[in-house]
Design a binder for this molecule. Structure first.
Ligand SMILES: [Zn+2]
Length: 603
């Protein structure tokens, strides 16, 4: 039966017939050496081993097999067994009566993202779904990972796996375990000299592991994580695990997060640990990934677990898994006190709703379709992508907001989106092995609110109709304002051209063009070079925008496409600013609904 739940005590003292020995003696070359031991009963004709092609939570075929090399299989007396590749990530060997087979290979781990492995002379991030083959038909067995490393050099180890022997026993390899392959695949480990703190909340142990290039106040970070746990678990009245790890990596040019059942992996710019404003986006990221403990790891679309690791798994429901989580991340950051009410309303207006209103693709594809096609849309960005589909994070987040408002309004503040999440949570608790259908989510919405709200919501996720922001906020006494953005120089507006630029060898090149924007109307296209404005040479985006803000509304542009010059005129539009403004005086009902939506404590 499919399960992702594991408690540490379940693994203590277990035996495993599938064991991955990991050696880090070539870490400086970014290499992991693996010796995978498979106990056999002696009667097998052949044994098939497969390496996943993707990591759940990141919807892109990555073919981790690319990084595998020098693969050989030996029997228990050390003799080579013949190996045959039968698919790009699957090989088969013939044990010929052997009682044990050992698969040896190296794995090249040098990609610093949350979804890939990175091993250096200083440390190792081990992500099992990247580097451990599963034995077909034996995924439900207990699996062990045995780590061989110099404990005097690498003194910290943090893992979402469960220790098989007590971790503090000195000397010898460290043995970790998982109840089945799915749990193994979902459970990363960091070894090195990172900082670690722990705290207890809702009866569970929480660990914070910080991998950063220099010393940082980890106590502050651990305290913020504790507040996040307290805030989010309050919605569900507890946590569904015995132990949870926040992995935080701070560095240069790294970002993103990935959720797991018992941990999250978060990456941020090192500045986020110093700059209070950037720290807020790190905290919102932590809120986001932590909410996935419930929404997606457990409350999940039917397609998302058990997984087929060999090929794309499509679901039209990422509006729930990622969209709702995008709404809740900043909402929890607000409830946790990381944002003031004014900051939160600004964030919603500019970074959620305003951003969506600037994406032409919202009129080209529904968020259900954009979810289904995540593998070839969001995760395979074309420079034209923003014109063809809306991100299910962005639009999914805005429809979650509108749904929350609609539920609160239709129930006079008695119910809210939290109640829908709790109904879905009950579904999981009663039937953890099977995920949800869309119909079940829609039923939960109707159960908590009304059939009318359900109908409206379906329209939002299944069509490309424009969302009516203003009327969603009106009952809350909040005005939705779209107006031209002013620049500091009085009388000037910020010009909006609708293109993104990059510089290449001192040349200004167009990276993307928003459909229907001034740039697109002027016939400027991706990869064109912008050369001059009104006869004056430009080489930076600043020079381009300056020419507009001080010049005429209609401007002549000299550009080049395929090395041939052309001129065109462009009429800029003012850049828009978006605001949610609370009316100075609220009616009694508005006051009640508004308080309900943004209340911070939950009895
Ligand atoms: Zn997410």
């Amino acid at each position: 039966m499919y399960t992702i739940e594991q408690r540490d005590e379940q693994l203590l003292g277990t035996q495993a017939k599938i064991r991955y020995h990991c050696f880090f003696d070539r870490a400086a070359e970014h290499l992991l050496r693996v010796r995978m031991e498979i106990d056999l009963d002696g009667g097998e004709d052949d044994v098939r081993c497969t390496l996943p092609a993707w990591a759940p939570g990141s919807y892109k075929i990555r073919d981790f097999i690319t990084h595998v090399g020098n693969l050989h299989v030996y029997n228990d007396s050390g003799m080579l067994l013949p190996v045959e590749w039968i698919a790009k990530s699957t090989f088969c060997f013939y044990p010929r009566g052997a009682k044990m087979a050992a698969v040896e290979y190296v794995f090249y781990a040098n990609e610093r993202t949350v979804r890939t492995m990175h091993i250096t002379r200083w440390r190792a991030f081990l992500f099992p779904v990247n580097c451990f083959f599963y034995v077909e038909g034996r995924q439900q067995e207990v699996h062990h990972v045995i780590l061989h490393f110099d404990r005097s050099r690498w003194q910290s180890l943090t893992t979402a796996l469960s220790p098989v022997t007590a971790l503090n026993e000195s000397g010898g390899p460290v043995i970790l375990g998982a109840l089945n392959y799915d749990i193994l695949a979902d459970s990363p480990t960091e070894i090195g000299n990172h900082l670690v703190r722990s705290f207890t909340a809702w009866g569970a142990r929480h660990e914070v592991a910080l991998v950063a290039p220099y010393a940082f106040d980890i106590d502050w970070l651990a305290e913020q994580c504790r507040i996040i746990v307290e805030t989010e678990a309050a919605v569900f009245g507890g946590v569904p695990y015995d132990r949870y790890v926040f992995f935080v990596y701070a560095g240069t040019n790294i970002s993103g997060g990935l959720e797991h059942a018992r941990c999250s992996v978060n990456m941020c710019d090192v500045q986020a640990l110093h700059d209070p404003q950037k720290a807020k986006s790190l905290l919102a990221l932590l809120c986001h990934e932590y909410f996935h403990v419930w929404n997606i790891k457990r409350i999940r679309p039917r397609e998302y677990g058990p997984f087929d690791y060999t090929k794309e798994v499509h679901s039209p429901m990422l509006w729930l898994a990622e969209g709702f989580t995008s709404y809740y991340d900043d909402l929890f950051a607000y409830r946790a006190g990381f944002y003031t009410r004014e900051e939160y309303l600004d964030l919603l207006a500019r970074d959620h709703i305003g951003k969506l209103l600037q994406v032409p693709g919202r009129r080209a594809m529904s968020v259900r379709q954009s979810s289904y096609l995540a593998w070839v849309k969001l995760y395979a960005q074309s420079p034209d992508g923003q014109n063809r589909f809306p991100s299910y994070y962005l639009k999914g987040g805005v429809v979650a907001l509108l749904l929350d408002l609609a539920i609160i309004e239709s129930t006079e503040g008695r119910r809210r989106l939290d109640d829908v999440m709790r109904v879905l949570w009950q579904h999981y608790c009663q039937r953890p092995e099977i995920g949800l259908t869309e119909e079940e989510v829609l039923q939960a919405i109707e159960e908590v609110s009304t059939a009318e709200v359900r109908k409206k919501f379906w329209q939002w996720i299944d069509s490309t109709d424009e969302l009516d922001i203003a009327s969603a906020f009106a009952p809350f006494g909040i005005d939705w304002l779209e107006q031209p953005k002013d620049t500091p120089q009085a009388g000037n507006t910020t010009p909006y051209l609708g293109l993104q630029l990059r510089t290449e060898g001192g040349r200004l090149i167009v990276s993307s063009v928003m459909e229907g924007s001034p740039a697109s109307k002027a016939g400027i296209a991706v990869d064109d070079e912008l050369i001059a404005v009104n006869g004056k040479r430009i080489t930076t985006e600043e020079e381009l925008l300056r020419a507009f803000s001080w010049g005429d509304k209609v401007t002549e542009i000299t550009a080049s496409c395929d090395d041939q010059l052309y001129t065109t005129t462009i009429e800029y539009m003012p850049a828009m600013d978006y605001q949610l403004r609370v009316r100075p005086v609220l009616g009694e009902r508005q006051q009640k609904l508004f308080q309900r939506w943004l209340e911070r404590s939950f009895a």
